[in-house]
Design a protein around this ligand. Structure first.
Ligand code: CAA
Length: 410
């Protein structure tokens, strides 16, 4: 077992850490207060290659492995959750799904501009009345000749008003039993007639991010935009979540680190009773716990990255990493606010933002309660990943980093 990062992984980590330190951390508080997304962030992330970091070079990406993807998400959320959310939807839930399920034509047409960052991508699963219970969705996709007619409303969609492409899950057979067999996935573009979107305001956290809704009214989607086969929508959605949850877990690890690093710095400077508070045992205990949570979250995430690189099914491990890291990022943020005392209660320091941002991730991409149920079912043997017949694409460095072969006649 080798815990060392490769030179390539360290370079990517440093590149994102520098970007975050110079271009995000100094201004993010202001955008959070304005409750707007800084319009410079997405183009800059595209320019740096972050939006396609773990997509093969032949599809416009950077060809880095899955451990690098985790490290990048950690660095982004160390600065602010909103940037990691972009990676979760654009890269994890959408682009990786196209890589896994898309035809060669779909990859050329949709994945490549997403990986270069020319187009932004989102993921539409959740509805006003269907979150944890995915199969309870109401969106429909009626087949008419060589098209599907999509109707429905999707809610809590990151980048709803910014993305050009969406992976949308809808029911082609609303009467199917079990219900998940009647679901299919589609690539829907924001310029299709009948697609409307809007932003959701008044959120507790991720205020400098973009969250909204998408409405589809008689949207005509060509059959070549169907992802996978008819009836594979639930499976595709779950595989998307296997990717998205890894980015959420890695990001939450970065949020724990933000709480830890900022608390250490503050505790060394702030004095009470004639000594820096770092010398008080109860402060030391909080720091020790935060360090423990960071180390454990980092190891869980790195294990998932390793399994993903090998192409080994990791649904259980990803669920565990997501549950652990996000739950403990809330705990770390609460402790950080406590260490900062009254200053932690004001937006003069970023820890109150960390606390508000931490709360979303224990809800989206599987609530902590869903992950607890999953883990218990695995432990009892009621759930078994070996019964999932769905290939996980391994990281093949030679293929991922190679340019496409020239077509004869080029
Ligand atoms: N990959 C591929 N296929 C999978 C899979 C996976 N990870 N997990 C399950 N499947 C397949 C199974 O093999 C099975 O297929 P067959 O019928 O062919 O055998 C089928 O899917 C059904 O599987 P299960 O019986 O395990 O399904 P379930 O109903 O027990 O799953 C659940 C229940 C785990 C709770 C699941 O519904 C779940 O994860 N719910 C939470 C959903 C969620 O995270 N929602 C929010 C995401 S979006 C979001 O947060 C908004 C945003 O934009 C950020």
């Amino acid at each position: 077992m080798n815990f060392d990062l490769t030179d390539e992984q360290k370079q990517a980590q440093k590149m994102v850490r520098d970007f975050a330190a110079k271009e995000v951390i100094p201004v993010i508080g202001e955008w959070d207060r304005k409750q707007e997304m800084n319009p410079a962030f997405l183009p800059r992330m595209a320019e740096l290659g972050i939006l396609g970091i773990s997509i093969p070079v032949r599809y416009g990406g950077q060809g880095f492995d899955y451990i690098t993807l985790g490290l990048v998400c950690e660095e982004l959320e160390r600065a602010d959750t909103t940037l990691r959310v972009v990676m979760s939807v654009h890269h994890g839930l959408n682009s990786q799904a196209l890589l896994q399920w898309g035809t060669e034509e779909q990859k050329q047409k949709f994945l490549t501009p997403q990986a270069t960052g020319e187009k932004y991508a989102g993921f539409c699963l959740t509805e006003p009345g269907a979150g944890s219970d995915v199969a309870a969705m109401n969106s429909t996709a009626r087949r008419v000749g060589d098209r599907y007619i999509l109707n429905g409303e999707k809610m809590w969609i990151s980048l709803a008003t910014k993305a050009h492409h969406f992976v949308v899950v809808a029911k082609h057979d609303p009467d199917a039993q079990p219900a998940h067999k009647g679901m299919s996935a589609f690539i829907v573009t924001s310029d299709m007639a009948g697609v409307t979107s809007g932003d959701i305001h008044g959120k507790l956290g991720v205020r400098a991010g973009s969250t909204g809704w998408i409405k589809m009214e008689d949207v005509e989607v060509p059959v070549e935009n169907r992802l996978g086969e008819e009836g594979e929508g639930f499976k595709i959605a779950m595989s998307c979540l296997d990717n998205g949850r890894y980015t959420v877990a890695s990001g939450a690890t970065g949020l724990i680190r933000a709480c830890l690093e900022d608390s250490i710095q503050y505790a060394m400077e702030r004095e009470t009773f004639g000594t820096p508070i770092a010398q008080h045992q109860l402060i030391k205990q909080k720091i020790a716990y935060m360090q423990q949570w960071y180390d454990a979250a980092f190891l869980l995430c790195t294990k998932v990255g390793y399994l993903k690189n090998q192409g080994v099914r990791n649904t259980r491990e990803t669920s565990m990493a997501k549950w652990y890291a996000t739950d403990h990022s809330v705990k770390a943020a609460l402790e950080a606010v406590q260490i900062f005392g009254a200053y932690g209660f004001s937006d003069e320091y970023p820890v109150e933002r960390y606390l508000r941002n931490s709360k979303g991730a224990v809800i989206y991409e599987g609530t902590s309660e869903i992950h607890q149920l999953m883990q218990a079912d695995y432990a009892f043997g009621f759930r078994d990943d070996r019964s999932i017949r769905c290939e996980m694409p391994a990281y093949d460095a030679e293929f991922w980093q190679s340019e496409p072969e020239p077509v004869a006649g080029d």
